[in-house]
Design a protein. Sequence first.
Length: 318
Amino acid sequence: MNDAIEYASWVDRLGCCEGCPRRCRVNRLAGELGFCRVDAGIPVAHIGLHFGEEPPISGTRGSGTIFFAGCNLRCVFCQNSQISQETPPERFRRLTPAALAVEMRRLQDRGAHNINFVSPSHMIFQMAEAIRLARQAGLVIPVVYNTNGYDSVAALRQIRGLVDIYLPDLKYLDNAPGKRFSGVDDYADVVPGVLQEMLDQVGCLSLDDDGLAVRGVLVRHLVLPGCLEDSRRCLDFLARLSPDIPVSIMAQYAPRHRADAYPEINRRLSEAEYDQIVDHALRLGLENAFIQELDAADRYLPDFARNDPFGDAPSAPD
């Protein structure tokens, strides 16, 4: 199948969108909006080098992050809520696949170790075309698919070969907290198949001689306060999936966005809670684990009112 036909196929899918498990079936090409609130355009909230990912992703020169606006979840504690939920996607800079491909090559020229698409689940087909164009124009660094885990297995199969590194969340393996905290009825039903598909495509994480990721899967799990049983359930699943799979056990939870309306998670994670989950991972044999200090919540949470959400001074108001 040649590239023109392949891209036409991707565009056709936006005419009756089933790019994520929501399967809204709206005509995004005609400007119709589904759950993610994004049409066929590419709303981008931030492009830049990011040094706060796991060491094999950020390295020494940074990960070339591209943050898409909008989302197919509604997490009440979302650390990116400014761009995922609070600001309409049409307010952000809108790119074509060709323009996005140019930005990808610019990040490569700036020394990025990889191209890191953040929240791509609802943008999977536009992203795929941009990757194709960027590689034709000389992109050689790995592509990272940095996702909340609520992805379509069918869509992932359609882009097989375009993504080098999958960086999925495993948020829940219980649908009750998924529905309460993320507005999704079937997250726990969907995510096991998603992780299996990703592992089938690229395997466990492979590093080069400098310790940088070149291919594979690295799973993230954010430990929520008071939700330790579900965290254990998530780690149990990963150990069954593959004891060699790397897992980033994240301590950076903070009650942001609308979490203050949910008393059970309206607090920071305690050290004792986090230590219990890390100990559980080690007992399961998940030795390829990345851990965080509890002050990660203060160091890694972004502010998209800044030119650099992860570091610089706030931008001047419009």
